[in-house]
Design a protein around this ligand. Structure first.
Ligand code: DGJ
Length: 728
């Protein structure tokens, strides 16, 4: 068996070529567009690319292996930062075994489709065993993770400070796109040049973070939604983590890792630490790269297996002001509009009259709900809807019976409790008793009330979050305990759906999305902001897994006022819902909202299976677009929004993703909301309505894709949903 075989995996237009020098850790020689090469060509390439390294010529830059090693000549951050009482910090890992799809290759070169490479290596002197897994999925998504084991039988623990694999990107990728954010304004793009050194986006918040970049993109100059090679990286973890881009001599690489706090992982003999999956996605244009994440999620999520039910969430309708009669009335009115899932948000449990008390006491408040929640849940079901419930199980208010009974169940790094944050503390789920208590309580609620959906919230960062008994850092263990709890609940309730919410989009990552069916992208439903939040969160998450709600005309977050059509059009390409006191709807708005809901129900099959596309989103003076195109390109839906201000009254909008040779019938929603009729071109002004029968223009995919149609930009803050259907 060759210990250093040359391996080429190729799937869905992506190639991954991996090779090693002798028994050293393998490096990725190519990750990007699919290549065609005979075995001999690959060998010639590997030889031609060989660098002799520090053994022979000290100035030759080291080609970073998947886990760059200081001992091999890497002067940047090592892949593995570990030590045993100060020793063994520069391990020389030697490969013992390489497998491709669990089998040891029997020749020097292995070429196959999608697959998994497993590398076992170790340094007996340092007492370290390492396993690296590197996968190319059928949809072309790359992911890697590393397991580190203390191979010494006894002695001092092996302290793991960081494990950061390297996914190399060609140095012709000179543009970076990543995202900043804050509460109610997640995923604000920042575009900049790659510079020498490290660009790192680090979260030490104990949750993914409202400011998390979600994906970090590097691409060729000017890469856009549909053009230019681009590589995306993503760390699939919901605790402390880092997305970094290292530019060094002759190398550019994504470095993704969990961020470990001091002393957080100390392995005794035989114990292991495993990194989260670090993902990479290549494409020509952002949409092609994002599609690989979407394929991955659609393959594992419950969301893709059934129509997304139109949802009413009552948070912005009643906040903490719960009145069973009002909520039952809301349920009846929601059902009449076509809503299919009713979600009771925060405020239903004992002592929860505002956000200062009650977290932890997960029983219906007897003063508000003397008969419990069952009557409301039954009414919801009588109206033909599912019942959903808000919970925040990882949190505890000091003013709660649970905290009074178990003051030792709150995470803390010392004798004092950490600072409160929204008046709450973090419940220690690493404590088996606390874990069992919360699991049992949630299980009971789900069973007794008949909960079909949990909105799982998380409203504070983890500050100085230590194990209460020792003060040792607890973020890593807490994150894994959360995963265990979600896994257990899902195993017990195979139909249960879960939404990941953390003050809005503070926990959007592939770790949580292996266990949750959708995310709440933001607490802002303001359509101006929401359009961009959906677009950029959508680089990772497919449309149907992003909650997308129509809220009141005046945004509760920004105070801006928007027309109903604009709000509905922006929410349309997501998991559509309402978050508004629908009792206040005027008759015409009620009828309009009912039509939008009916349209969503007609088109949701396309929304939840189509390829997501975007355009114009980085140009503040032009219209921007989000869309979905059916896999066979027979149909597409596009939300087009007008810019805040522009000197143009009209602007050409191209519809991406369509097949050049096909011909499409083009229809749209609500032209009257786009401006005065003399400003609205006839293809919009005379439309029979979204996908409806009647006269409508038919144009080639080529024209729609490369030339586009004129869209009125006379009024700011307007939008239309445009449908195209192939007629051939
Ligand atoms: C934060 C969430 O993002 C909101 O949607 C709402 O559920 C509140 N928490 C409730 O406290």
């Amino acid at each position: 068996m060759p210990t250093s075989p040359l391996i080429h995996l190729s799937a869905a237009g992506v190639s991954l070529v991996v090779a090693a020098e002798r028994d050293r850790l393998p490096a990725i020689l190519h990750w990007g567009a699919a290549i065609v090469a005979a075995d001999a060509d690959l060998q010639a390439f590997a030889l031609a690319e060989r660098r002799r390294g520090i053994d022979d010529v000290s100035d030759v830059p080291y080609r970073p292996s998947i886990l760059p090693e200081h001992a091999a000549g890497w002067f940047g951050r090592p892949g593995l930062s570990v030590h045993t009482a100060g020793a063994g910090w520069a391990p020389q890992l030697r490969v013992r075994r390489v497998r491709v799809d669990e089998r040891e290759p029997d020749s020097e070169v292995t070429q196959t489709g999608a697959g998994r490479i497993t590398v076992d290596a170790g340094d007996p002197g340092a007492g370290i065993d390492v396993r690296i897994e590197l996968e190319l999925a059928p949809a072309g998504l790359v992911r890697t993770r590393v397991r580190v084991r203390n191979a010494a039988a006894d002695g001092e623990p092996l302290e793991v400070q960081s494990v950061a694999p390297a996914l190399p990107v060609p140095t012709r990728a000179t543009d970076v796109l990543d995202f900043a954010g804050r509460w109610a304004h997640e995923r604000i793009p920042q575009r900049h040049a790659v510079v020498r050194g490290t660009h790192a986006r680090t979260s030490r918040r104990g949750r993914t973070g409202l400011d998390a970049t979600t994906v970090l993109a590097a691409g060729v100059p000017g890469f856009s939604s549909d053009a230019g090679e681009v590589w995306l990286s993503h760390v699939g973890f919901s605790g402390d983590h880092e997305h970094a881009l290292d530019r060094d001599d002759a190398s550019l690489a994504f470095r993704g890792s969990e961020v470990l706090l001091p002393g957080e992982v100390r392995l005794r003999g035989g114990e292991e630490y495993e990194t989260p999956w670090i993902h990479g996605s290549y494409g020509v244009g952002l949409d092609a790269a994002a599609a690989r994440f979407h394929a991955h999620l659609r393959g594992i999520s419950r969301s893709s297996r059934r129509d997304r039910p139109v949802t009413l969430n009552v948070w912005e309708a009643v906040y903490f002001d719960h009145d069973p009669a009002v909520l039952a009335d809301l349920a009846v009115q929601a059902a009449a509009l076509g809503v299919e899932r009713f979600v009771l948000d925060d405020g239903w449990f004992r002592g929860r009259r505002d956000d200062r008390a009650g977290l932890g006491d997960w029983e219906p408040d007897p003063t508000v709900w003397p008969d419990g929640l069952r009557p409301l849940a039954d009414e919801v079901r009588r109206q033909g809807m599912e019942f959903g419930l808000w919970v925040e199980p990882e949190m505890i208010n000091e003013d709660s019976d649970l905290a009074r009974a178990h003051p030792d169940w709150m995470l803390r790094a010392g004798p004092e409790l950490p600072a409160r944050y929204r008046f709450q503390q973090v419940l220690d789920l690493t404590n088996p008793d606390a874990f069992a208590h919360i699991l049992g309580t949630l299980d009971g609620l789900i069973t007794d009330i008949g909960v079909a959906y949990l909105k799982w919230d998380h409203n504070r960062d983890l500050v100085a979050a230590g194990h209460p008994a020792t003060g040792a850092p607890a973020v890593h263990d807490q994150t894994l305990a959360l995963y265990r709890m979600l896994d257990e609940l899902r195993a017990r309730h195979p139909q249960l759906e879960i939404e990941s919410c953390a003050s809005g989009g503070g926990r959007v990552d592939l770790g949580i999305l292996a266990r949750a069916d959708r995310v709440h992208p933001s607490d802002s439903h303001d359509p101006i902001d929401r359009f961009h939040i959906l677009r950029w969160t959508g680089l990772l998450v497919p449309p149907e897994m992003m909650g997308s709600h129509v809220a009141s005309p005046v945004s509760s977050v920004t105070g801006r006022t928007h027309d109903l059509h604009y709000r509905c059009a922006v929410a349309f390409l997501g998991h559509f819902g309402i978050e508004w006191d629908i009792r206040e709807l005027a008759a015409d708005d009620r009828a309009a909202l009912q039509r939008w809901i009916a349209d969503y129900r007609r088109f949701r099959g396309l929304i939840q299976t189509g390829a997501a596309v975007g355009g114009g989103e980085l140009d503040p003076a032009g219209p921007a677009l989000r869309g979905v195109v059916a896999p066979d390109r027979g149909e597409g839906l596009f939300t087009i929004v007008t810019p805040a201000t522009t000197p143009d009254t009209l602007s050409r909008v191209r519809l991406p993703g369509l097949a050049d040779e096909r011909r499409y019938r083009v229809t749209s929603t609500a032209p009257e909301s786009l401006g005065p009729p003399w400003q609205v071109p006839d293809w919009l002004r005379l439309t029979p309505g979204l996908g409806r029968a009647g006269d409508a223009p038919v144009l080639s995919g080529s024209m729609l894709r490369t030339v586009g149609l004129e869209f009125p930009t006379f009024h700011p803050e307007r939008a239309a949903v445009v449908h195209v259907a192939a007629v051939d």
